[in-house]
Write a protein that binds this ligand. Structure first.
Ligand code: PLP
Length: 400
């Protein structure tokens, strides 16, 4: 990692000293003249790879017609994409915004306003889980509850009660007269690709039903096909009342969405929320094109087959290099490998093999190939991991 001291970009990212000129499917062309296999997908954004022809055509066509239109007027294309997302999910309505954190802000506001509109403004608190990540705005940081991100930014936004992940009793105990909802990622992404059994999600749904709480899912990372279904809640055996989407929704064009049932969103009347750019025609064109591809027959069969292949191949590398790797986890193509060595060292070694991956909490390295990756490309990615492990293993032995 290095940060360019002469750059005028605010140095909030620890950027690797690598830049790219263009992308094509799962491949990125580096400014250094090398070709890289991209198993980051822009951190679960480029679900259809780089420069997908259908997305390129949709954006090119829209770019000649209308770039921006304010929300003062109707959005016929926005209505169509909202209708498609609702038809494919539990939701009745969608609010479009520009990022994951904004989608999560909308989720938090929907949950609070739901109770206020029903005459219970005192019910505003939301139960969240340790290891969560919901974004970098002040409210979503408070929801995530991670000290390292909150420190130095003044008083934290009030109204979030964090409990250990997977602990139903802790959730039950945290419910009080001020509780409005429960918020969870179906699979924690940044937290280290951590999932929970169906029984846990069923218990959360039951607690919400018993206590009149809203169940909110953060599907910013898991949504739009990443786990092998369009939405990860489809694996959990329950449906939420409200959910956030972003990342892959625009296939690389910034767009987020908050989807909700009509009842959950009953407080969201004109003037209660808004966004200048939300549902911008270019973003909507991108989202419509992403849906065209993902809703074509066989798309998710492919993702599930690639998931199985990737996990099997990774498990065999884990077995052969126990001093480097310890386990494989995840759903669909949101796959994590827990490292024994510091995960940053593994990510750097993989970069040396021209394979790009993403670190996560719990010393995990995320493998997030585009969902269109072929069998050969999955195999190539694992072969590069194997080469990196062999050389890390050899240098460890030498050091002993
Ligand atoms: N929620 C989850 C689960 C995420 O993984 C992220 C980003 O990684 C966010 C929210 C925030 O999204 P954004 O960076 O687009 O604001």
């Amino acid at each position: 990692m290095s940060t360019n001291a002469s750059s005028h970009l605010m140095p909030v990212f620890a950027r690797a000293d690598l830049a790219f000129d263009r992308g094509e499917g799962v491949w990125l062309h580096g400014a250094d003249g090398e070709r890289y296999l991209d198993f980051t997908s822009g951190v679960a954004v480029n679900a259809l790879g780089h420069a997908h022809p259908h997305l390129v055509a949709a954006l090119q066509e829209q770019a000649t017609k209308l770039w921006h239109m304010s929300n003062l007027f109707r959005s016929p294309d926005g209505e169509k994409v909202a209708a498609r997302l609702c038809a494919a999910s539990f939701a009745d309505v969608a609010f479009f915004c520009n990022s994951g954190a904004e989608a999560m802000e909308a989720v938090i506001k929907v949950v609070r306003k739901h109770h206020a509109a029903k005459g219970h403004p005192e019910r505003y608190r939301i139960i969240t889980f340790e290891g969560a990540f919901h974004g970098r705005t002040l409210a979503t940081l408070a929801a995530g509850g991670q000290e390292k991100y909150l420190e130095g930014f003044g008083p934290r936004v009030e109204g979030f009660d964090q409990v250990p992940h997977g602990d139903v009793e802790a959730v039950r105990k945290a419910i009080g007269p001020h509780t409005a909802g429960i918020l969870i990622e179906p699979v924690q992404g940044e937290g280290g690709v951590r999932s929970a059994p169906q029984s846990f999600f069923k218990a959360l749904r039951q607690l919400c039903d018993e206590h009149g709480l809203l169940l909110a899912f953060d599907e910013v990372q898991t949504g739009m096909g990443r786990t092998g279904e369009l939405f990860a809640y489809q694996w959990t055996g329950v449906t939420p009342d409200v959910m956030a989407l972003a990342k892959a929704l625009g296939g690389g064009f910034p767009i987020g969405a908050c989807l909700a049932t009509a009842d959950a969103a009953s407080g969201m009347t004109p003037g209660t929320h808004g966004s200048t750019f939300g549902g911008n025609p270019l973003a909507i064109a991108a989202a419509g094109a992403v849906l065209d591809v993902m809703q074509a027959p066989g798309f998710f069969d492919h993702v599930k087959r690639m998931s199985l292949l990737l996990k099997q191949k990774l498990a065999s590398v884990v077995d052969r290099y126990p001093a480097i790797l310890s386990d494989v986890r995840g759903e669909g193509l949101l796959v994590g490998v827990k490292a024994v060595i510091p995960s940053g060292e593994l990510v750097a070694a993989l970069r040396g093999e021209k394979l790009l991956t993403v670190g996560a909490g719990d010393n995990v390295v995320r493998f997030l190939p585009p969902l269109i990756a072929t069998e050969a490309e999955i195999g190539e990615g694992v072969a590069r991991l194997e080469r990196a492990c062999a050389s890390l293993d050899a240098s460890q032995r030498k050091a002993v």
